[in-house]
Design a protein around this ligand. Structure first.
Ligand SMILES: *[C@@H]1O[C@H](CO)[C@@H](O)[C@H](O)[C@H]1NC(C)=O
Ligand SMILES: *[C@@H]1O[C@H](CO)[C@@H](O)[C@H](O)[C@H]1NC(C)=O
Ligand SMILES: *[C@@H]1O[C@H](CO)[C@@H](O)[C@H](O)[C@H]1NC(C)=O
Ligand SMILES: *[C@@H]1O[C@H](CO)[C@@H](O)[C@H](O)[C@H]1NC(C)=O
Length: 334
């Protein structure tokens, strides 16, 4: 990053980040992902993360005592304040052709898997010319915030697909275009929002920076999810290839999300209580996985004592991909 770009970045941040409550319900989901990762990280990696984050803290009023968790919604916050050049990086619209409908869809030039790969490579200083005299502090600080958020996003199944049918010939935009027959609330009026919100089944998003009681509440949710969905759910496929995570989400979309979907009509959806309960279980499991994987990605980047080589480069990565592809998303239902 050049000095000029650094200054532009600082200017943008300074003007963009006035206090505001996080808006989307998924904000809680992102913070739980971060809290799970933070709770299981080795102390030296946690300290490293806190120190990396500290470089941009003066430019946001949303972070205070718990920046690793509080920054989990940063990528959404700046999107809502004009920093839209990373808006496409929150999802990957893998086309799901359903009900016999088929259409030509151009591949995206950028998406969330691409973004995670780029960020991890950057934080690993891969494929980069080291420019002397320029500090990595701001770039790492920005990228860590994005990484925490994007790893959460890619585990929300509807961030990994757009469904095409004759009623949605342009795709349903990850369920954003699918209206609910009965709105769950003023904010939950479509399928995407329903999935964003089932995660915590909490009506209120948390105000930032976190109060001590909300910090404790997140800690309690983290403990519950880690006990209900222990790390062994990912231990066999500790594959840190974001394309595999996107595939996993895509399978959930195909097999679960549009199941018992319609009462006769394609254009609106009445979720049953059973659907909501099942979705909540799947979403919480995805949240737990995202937390475990985020922790592992950061450990891989920063561990000096652990194996430093990126799993993306290793031979065993191939085997693991193969292994993981055998796991059906059906296992998400207990
Ligand atoms: C995601 O972006 C990458 C990088 O541009 C591209 O190669 C890939 O085809 C994209 N995936 C989809 C589903 O569009
Ligand atoms: C759901 O909310 C949307 C957006 O506010 C509104 O247009 C729609 O009429 C609502 N539908 C029902 C059934 O209340
Ligand atoms: C967290 O869990 C503990 C133990 O169950 C409970 O005493 C405490 O009230 C919970 N805290 C919050 C903020 O929910
Ligand atoms: C590090 O990873 C490489 C590639 O996966 C493996 O061959 C090697 O045995 C590992 N080293 C340690 C110390 O675990």
């Amino acid at each position: 990053m050049t000095r000029g770009l650094q200054l532009t970045l600082l200017g943008l941040l300074a003007s963009a980040l006035q206090p505001r409550q996080a808006q989307c319900w998924w904000g809680n989901g992102h913070m739980i992902v971060a809290r799970i990762a933070y709770d299981i990280l080795e102390k030296d990696i946690r300290d490293k993360a806190d120190s990396v984050l500290s470089h941009l803290m003066p430019f946001t009023t949303l972070e205070d005592q718990h920046p690793f968790v509080e920054c989990a919604t940063f990528a959404d916050e700046i999107k809502g304040r004009g920093w839209n050049d990373q808006a496409n990086l929150h999802y990957i619209d893998q086309p799901f052709f359903d009900q016999g409908f088929m259409i030509q869809v151009a591949p995206e030039s950028e998406n969330v898997t691409w973004a995670i790969d780029m960020i991890v490579a950057n934080m690993n200083r891969k494929n980069l010319e080291m420019e002397s005299g320029v500090s990595w502090d701001l770039s790492d600080s920005y990228h860590l915030r994005m990484l925490i958020h994007y790893i959460g996003d890619i585990h929300q199944p509807l961030h990994a697909s757009s469904r095409y049918t004759k009623d949605y010939p342009m795709g349903d935009e990850g369920g954003n275009a699918v209206k609910l027959r009965v709105n769950a609330s003023d904010e939950v009026t479509n399928l995407h929002a329903l999935w964003d919100s089932v995660v915590t089944a909490q009506v209120d998003d948390m105000t930032l920076p976190l109060s001590e009681s909300n910090w404790e509440k997140l800690g309690n949710i983290s403990s519950r999810l880690r006990s209900e969905h222990p790390q062994s759910i990912v231990e066999n496929n500790f594959n840190l290839d974001p394309n595999m995570w996107a595939d996993e989400s895509f399978q959930i979309v195909k097999e679960e999300i549009y199941s018992d979907f319609f009462d006769g009509e394609d254009s609106v959806f009445s979720p049953s209580q059973d659907y909501i309960d099942r979705s909540k279980l799947i979403a919480e499991r995805q949240i737990a996985k995202a937390g475990y994987r985020l922790a592992q990605v950061l450990s891989n980047i920063w561990s000096s004592h652990q194996n430093k080589s990126s799993p993306l480069d290793s031979e065993s990565h191939q085997d693991l991909t193969h292994e993981s592809s055998k796991i059906s998303p059906k296992f998400l239902q207990e």
